[in-house]
Design a binder for this molecule. Structure first.
Ligand SMILES: Nc1ncnc2c1ncn2[C@@H]1O[C@H](COP(=O)(O)OP(=O)(O)OP(=O)(O)O)[C@@H](O)[C@H]1O
Length: 340
């Protein structure tokens, strides 16, 4: 048995955001998963929000990067350094005599054995006494207050930055799931490509994300205003401002949204009938930042004929679930995964 104490942490190590949950306190840290480094020395210039504001704005000798991609570690050393920084911030008021924390850290359900090992090792390198992986949709379901331990079916769709995780959960386990590496980042990329092709205008990742949040929608956008955007004209090389409509952005997002809808449908098709009936009663629950895209609930509902609800504070569900799962840490001991 592990004695879980108030020092122990749950970490949502996300492609877009990292959140830390401390038992008894809730979420104590919420920062973008971004690090700015000096190119030659690898010295850290900024982490989190400060680093995110530098994306696309750094001089030649500094690079602002996201060390996680598609839900997994793309840059091991930088991820470990970023986590170390965040763990230190989260534990700032803790006594130095308590020792290192146990850490529950989320991983996408479609991850390979090697990718999972990297997350565990990076968490230990960042300061964990031991690290326990929890599958992201399972954590999301706990965080959304779904009855995951009961013999009833719950369905969660977690739309993050790098991955969308769809899972059916019952009796403390995932019955069936699908993880696709299509989510918020892919939506941003679709907006960049649309504006480049249609207007010969180059915009950055940050601008694309802002457009998505301000006027983006799944399906028909009703009553959403146009937006003025700035970028670099690819023909003249000069800065240029254009006005885009919400309809244009909805059409740019169409393929990404429907890839998510397909993943939901595929998972429903593999769901045993008793559990499907439970989900019909309770509804599909959306979590993750992508759940905030306008009308995404409506489109998934129309395409599946199922009730769809957005969890309260969808951006926090995985972190809350990861933290709450600390109470059941013995169930999450590092099981070897099949090599995929
Ligand atoms: N209002 C909004 N409308 C649309 N998308 C949004 C909104 N708010 C946040 N997002 C998107 O949600 C994504 C981040 O969500 P979240 O923090 O759940 O992901 P993550 O946990 O970091 O990623 P992953 O689970 O893939 O590792 C980003 O792509 C962000 O642009």
């Amino acid at each position: 048995m592990f004695g879980i104490g108030t020092r122990d942490l749950g970490i949502d190590l996300g492609t877009a955001n990292t959140l830390i949950y401390v038992k008894g306190k809730g979420i104590v840290l919420r920062e973008p998963s971004v690090v700015a480094l000096q190119m030659d020395t690898k010295h850290i210039v900024a982490v989190g929000n400060d680093a995110k504001n530098m994306i696309g704005r750094t001089p030649g000798n500094i690079v602002a990067l996201r060390p996680m991609k598609d839900g997994v570690i793309a840059d091991y050393e930088t991820t470990a350094t970023m986590m170390k920084h965040y763990i230190k911030m989260a534990m700032k008021n803790k006594s130095p005599w308590g020792g290192k924390p146990y850490i529950m850290v989320c991983v996408p359900s479609g991850i390979t054995a090697v990718e999972q090992r990297a997350v565990i090792d990076a968490t230990k390198q960042a300061g964990a006494r031991d690290a326990f992986p929890i599958e992201e949709p399972f954590a999301a379901a706990i965080g959304a207050n779904l009855p995951v331990w009961e013999p009833t079916g719950s369905m969660v769709v977690d739309i993050g930055g790098g991955t969308t995780e769809v899972a059916i959960i019952s009796l403390g386990g995932i019955v069936t799931s699908q993880s696709i590496r299509i989510a918020g980042d892919e939506m941003d990329e679709a907006i960049i490509q649309y504006i480049r092709k249609t207007y010969n205008l180059m915009i950055g990742d940050r601008t694309a994300e802002i457009i998505k949040m301000e006027i983006g929608s799944a399906g028909t956008p009703e009553g959403i205003d146009n937006m003025e955007i700035r970028g670099r004209d690819l023909l003249t090389g000069l800065p240029k401002t254009i006005e885009i409509t919400a309809e244009e952005i909805a059409s740019a997002l169409h393929d990404t949204v429907y890839a998510i809808v397909e993943a939901v449908k595929n998972t429903l098709e593999k769901t045993p009938p008793e559990l499907a009936a439970d989900i019909m009663d309770r509804g599909i629950v959306l979590t993750g930042g992508g759940a905030l895209l306008r009308n995404i609930d409506k489109v998934i509902g129309e395409e599946t004929n199922m009730p769809v609800l957005i969890a309260e504070n969808p951006l926090d569900c995985v972190a809350i679930g990861t933290g709450k799962a600390l109470d059941h840490i013995n169930l999450f001991k590092n099981k070897p995964r099949d090599s995929r």
